[in-house]
Design a protein around this ligand. Structure first.
Ligand code: SF4
Ligand code: SF4
Length: 164
């Protein structure tokens, strides 16, 4: 925390997009404790999950102001159990990640990730889409234990899902 160079300021988007089981809060709806534009209304006693989370905009100083979640309308984070990048999109702006300010970078990162058997995964609600260096692949809902597998044919990348 002390190493972080940024603060959330008026952004609260992760408090909408992610579930908080301790509060019975589902994904995609505002937490009842949000104080809009000011952050968490129960900051001192917020759940551990909330304390532990920092999005990539907070953690990665290379991301410019256009990537701040309240502006981008999506949150970048590391997909649990991997080094893949999750792009969790505000369902009120489902195409936000396709903007010219974002998609070229996402494709570039996707190529680098796939070279390392990792991925850039867009989530709009329950629907997952893998960004490919050239194109994208809708995967639908990913269940627990489902595994994304990268495929490479020459310079072309593709993915498949091994369902649990
Ligand atoms: S999405 Fe990132 S910048 Fe916005 S409130 Fe959450 S941690 Fe802070
Ligand atoms: S408890 Fe606070 S930090 Fe956690 S989701 Fe709700 S408003 Fe956000």
């Amino acid at each position: 925390m002390s190493d972080l160079i940024r603060t959330c300021g008026s952004c609260t988007l992760c408090c909408k997009l992610f579930p908080v089981p301790d509060l019975g809060k589902p994904a995609g709806t505002w937490c009842r404790h949000i104080a809009q534009g000011r952050g968490c209304g129960i900051h001192a006693t917020r759940p551990d999950l909330c304390r532990a989370f920092w999005c990539q905009w907070i953690e990665n100083p290379d991301l410019g102001p256009e990537w701040k979640p309240e502006k981008a309308k999506f949150v970048l984070s590391i997909y649990p159990g991997s080094q893949s990048l999750a792009v969790t999109v505000d369902p009120a702006y489902p195409a936000s990640w396709r903007g010219d300010a974002y998609l070229p970078s996402l494709r570039r990162w996707a190529r680098a990730a796939m070279e390392d058997k990792e991925f850039v995964i867009v989530f709009v609600g329950d629907d997952a889409t893998i960004i490919l260096p050239e194109g994208e692949k809708p995967l639908g809902r990913l269940g627990p234990g489902d595994k994304i597998v990268g495929l490479r044919r020459g310079n072309a990348f593709d993915v498949a899902v091994r369902r649990a």
